[in-house]
Write a new protein. Structure first.
Lengths: 279, 278, 299
């Protein structure tokens, strides 16, 4: 269980004493096994929240707990938290350490001091999971950004985290690779019960998640299912976000008298299904 | 200038499955150290000729095109030529330099000077060649694993060898990234009218200076981000009592022993030749 | 014709074991006073084209004409087109190199030896043009700017050169939807106000579909095909094969071909999409699903 209790966070900057805090009195809890998407603009506080959950940052006031362990503790507890919470960032160049794919995936397990055979086992398992077997011995510098990001995710998964936080992981990669990546992660979370927290600013990426949290200027604006969140289009637009075009289309067709369509359509597949079933 | 990466050939591993690439890194590192000592010690002409033969033997076994290797020598040869002339013309010691060739004011050229300076330059070239060969034939991860293994006694004494090696690994990882960054900065500045090809030396140097600050800012930002990512994967740096395990194994094979024996024999023979020739 | 590329080849790291041919015989034209988009997957050669058009590199073989002049000739000094062809590169960090905003935006004019008063005026105009107040931003440190502000400063720096054409190299990479929209609006505004020609590279069609007059699709260092936005969208299958992301409206219409087989895919926005669907529904006598149908079915 990830618990955020009344957390306020300010980045301390010189000469900006009156700058608003990045997060302001945020309260939420994420039970194990859930898939959550956190959406908001740059500056909404979503990345800050991700770093607080991963114990990279400590709250200015309030408490963040991972399975009961406080993130503002030191020593042994932080170690345990880092084993349980894996985080993937936007730019793979800022995460990869080794020169070959297989060595980088092994980096995490090596840090855990695991015996050689177990490291090898985990590395092979993760390579298979993300279908990277053929890339195992390639140099990191020879990979495309999308491939590098897959390796970064593999490196985190090799540590067998309970919680996986993805901080805008698809910003630098092509749509096609992004979609495949998210599908794999989603499938993984279902199969292994990993709690997935996906931070993004793309509305179309949140449709598969059970829960969507909308952040705005350091507050939690909405915390609900995708359907309920998408229904509040006006509020979303007021804070500069928007629903996917297919949702707007569904809504307009509904207004035109096609009342048999679900009022809120989340994805193109859903629209197709809706239209096919009536004929 | 724009394609910096093309001109920087030092340190690039070429995986052509030659016998040199297949040797255990510890063998290569030990051999390199032995050869460095040897090349720095010998002074007779015959011994140096043997050293050259050794280099040719290494080159032949590496299966790397000689023009590619020599390209890396371009800058250092220019620098060393300059150094040579300075040394020959300015360095003068009454006791050592007895056969004067030419003398004018503070400039003194003696036969000993010419020979001794040549010897120094040749030694530096040999060293550079060895280092290049080592980098060309050994992947970075092997170099670092091999160094860590050879320096492990120091680690046991408390010297943070593993942490320092990690620093080297990261630094190397960033080299191509920072090279690309410099290229991008040069392009961006050129696109707004900065010229890196015109102007006198002073102007050109200041222009390169203007690249340094953005580069530093970028490097620090990346370093910070990478540190966070590494700690998130449970890397604990120099924390006392923390030890990492390793996935890779290094195993000495028969031809590693053979190679080491060969190198040691070669060193002994060359030293003897050197003593005899003097 | 503003730019003309004829059979351009470019090889990175020529003569090394790591040589890579980025452009394999690219030929295309870029007319003046229009917005021309170059779209292609990564490694299609887009950034290479940008560098070549700006005269930052010369091709291995092939010719590039800028307003009729061969800028690839060995006798041609590319520095002559520096202030006529402006480039806004992908990441703002790579293009801002002075400490303060004022100093950075005036970098171009200073290189051109523009007198101080004129330079100041250019800086002021450029900053205002990108929506940043001159008084406010002139002395701000570039390192303390937000991502969006940095991007604007970078554009201002290029505007200060008073170019005829601005090449934007994947300018919306990494921006959130709001930032993206603001940037695209800015580009449209700048083009009109300053009478610019715009060249825009991207790996997705989303940005350029409503912005561009002509789109060139690049793949593997060569031109795949060209056309107006509508013509391009009509060739969906080729686009998907090339792994080029379709704009949302076209994605939806492509998917709905399973329901309406003759549906057009060259729809540019939501309104056209809706219109197209309703039109086809009428044609194929599609029964618009109503609540009553659903309830009847349920029974």
């Amino acid at each position: 269980m990830l618990e955020v209790s009344n957390v306020t966070f300010s980045y301390s900057t010189h000469g900006e004493q009156n700058a608003p805090p990045a997060l302001h009195e945020v309260n939420l809890s994420i039970p194990p096994g859930e898939t959550v998407a956190i959406i908001g603009h740059n500056g909404s506080g979503k990345s800050t929240l991700a770093k607080l959950l991963a114990a990279i940052l400590k709250p200015t006031t309030g408490l963040v707990q991972v399975d009961g362990l406080r993130t503002d503790a030191s020593g042994e507890d932080i170690w345990k938290i880092r084993q349980r919470v894996g985080i993937v960032f936007q730019n793979p160049d800022d995460q990869l350490v080794a020169s070959t794919v297989i060595d980088d995936i092994a980096f995490g397990p090596e840090n855990l001091g695991l015996p050689r055979f177990e490291i090898e086992e985990r590395v092979q398992e993760t390579l298979a999971l993300l279908e990277l077997e053929s890339y195992a011995h390639m140099g990191i510098n020879d990979l495309s950004v999308g491939q590098k990001q897959q390796v970064a995710i593999a490196g985190v998964l090799a540590m067998r985290p309970h919680y996986l936080i993805l901080d805008e992981p698809t910003t630098m990669i092509s749509n096609h690779t992004a979609r495949r990546l998210l599908e794999t992660i989603y499938k993984l979370s279902q199969e292994r019960g990993i709690t997935v927290i996906h931070i993004t600013h793309y509305m179309h990426e949140v449709t598969n998640f059970k829960r969507v949290i909308v952040m705005h200027e350091g507050h939690v604006l909405m915390d609900d299912t995708p359907t309920s969140v998408f229904a509040r289009t006006d509020e979303l637009q007021a804070v500069g976000l928007d629903v996917p075009m297919v949702t707007k289309l569904g809504w307009r067709l509904h207004q035109q008298g096609w009342t048999g369509l679900s009022e809120i359509i989340l994805s193109i597949e859903e629209l197709k299904a809706n239209l096919c079933s009536s004929n | 200038m724009i394609e910096l990466s093309r001109n920087i050939t030092f340190g690039q591993y070429i995986n052509n499955d030659s016998i040199l690439t297949r040797l255990d890194p510890r063998t290569k590192l030990l051999s390199a150290v032995l050869l460095i000592f040897l090349f720095s010690y010998v002074s007779s002409f015959t011994a140096l000729a043997l050293c050259l033969l050794c280099c040719i033997f290494l080159q032949w076994n590496s299966h790397i095109s000689i023009s590619y290797v020599l390209r890396g020598f371009r800058f250092i040869v220019i620098f060393l030529s300059f150094l040579y002339i300075l040394q020959v013309v300015f360095y003068y010691s009454l006791t050592q330099h007895t056969t004067l060739i030419w003398h004018w004011g503070i400039f003194t050229v003696s036969w000993e000077g010419v020979l001794r300076s040549a010897l120094t330059i040749i030694r530096i070239l040999f060293l550079f060649y060895l280092a290049s060969m080592l980098m060309f034939t050994t992947a970075l991860v092997d170099l670092t694993d091999g160094s860590e293994a050879l320096l492990s006694p120091l680690q046991k004494l408390g010297v943070p060898v593993n942490a320092m090696i990690m620093v080297l690994v990261i630094a190397f990882k960033f080299v191509p990234i920072l090279v690309m960054e410099i290229e991008r900065l040069i392009k961006a500045q050129a696109a707004r009218g900065a010229s890196f090809t015109r102007g006198n030396i002073a102007q050109r140097v200041t222009r390169f200076g203007s690249l340094l600050i953005p580069l530093f800012v970028s490097a620090f930002r990346r370093a910070e981000a990478l540190t966070i990512a590494m700690e998130a994967r449970c890397y604990a740096g120099g924390l006392r009592g923390w030890r990492r395990s390793k996935r890779r194994e290094m195993r000495l094979q028969r031809f590693d022993i053979l190679a080491l024996v060969f190198i040691i024999t070669f060193c002994v023979v060359t030293i003897i030749v050197n003593l005899v020739a003097q | 014709m503003l730019f003309e590329l004829r059979d351009v080849h470019y090889v990175y790291m020529r003569g090394t074991p790591f040589a890579f041919e980025a452009l394999t015989g690219l030929s295309l034209s870029i007319p003046a006073n229009q917005t021309v988009a170059l779209v292609g997957p990564t490694k299609a050669g887009k950034s290479t084209v940008v560098d070549l058009l700006a005269g930052l590199m010369k091709p291995g073989t092939g010719t590039i004409l800028f307003e009729g002049t061969d800028i690839t000739a060995s006798s041609f000094n590319a520095e002559r087109i520096r202030s006529t062809v402006g480039v806004v590169f992908q990441s703002p960090e790579a293009q801002i190199f002075e400490e303060t905003v004022g100093k950075d935006v005036s970098f171009g004019p200073r290189r051109k030896k523009v007198p101080l008063a004129e330079s100041r005026r250019l800086v002021q105009e450029s900053l205002e043009a990108v929506g940043l107040s001159y008084e406010d931003f002139r002395t701000r440190y570039t390192y303390a700017l937000s991502g969006g502000e940095k991007r604007r400063v970078a554009i201002a720096g290029v505007l200060a050169l008073q170019p005829k054409v601005i090449i934007f190299d994947e300018p919306t990479a990494g921006l959130d939807p709001r930032g993206r929209r603001e940037l695209l609006d800015l580009i449209v505004k700048l083009k009109q106000r300053h009478n610019l020609s715009v060249v825009y590279t991207s790996s997705s069609l989303e940005d350029v579909i409503e912005l561009a007059d002509i789109i060139h699709i690049l793949n593997n260092g060569r031109l795949a095909f060209s056309g107006t936005p509508r013509e391009i969208l009509a060739r969906v299958h080729e686009l998907t094969e090339l792994d080029i992301a379709l704009p949302e409206a076209a994605q939806i219409s492509l998917a709905l071909r399973e329901v309406f087989p003759t549906m057009r895919t060259d729809v540019l926005n939501l309104a056209e999409l809706e219109e197209e669907i309703i039109k086809h529904a009428a044609e194929v006598q599609f029964i618009a699903p109503t609540k009553m149908d659903r309830e009847t079915k349920a029974q």
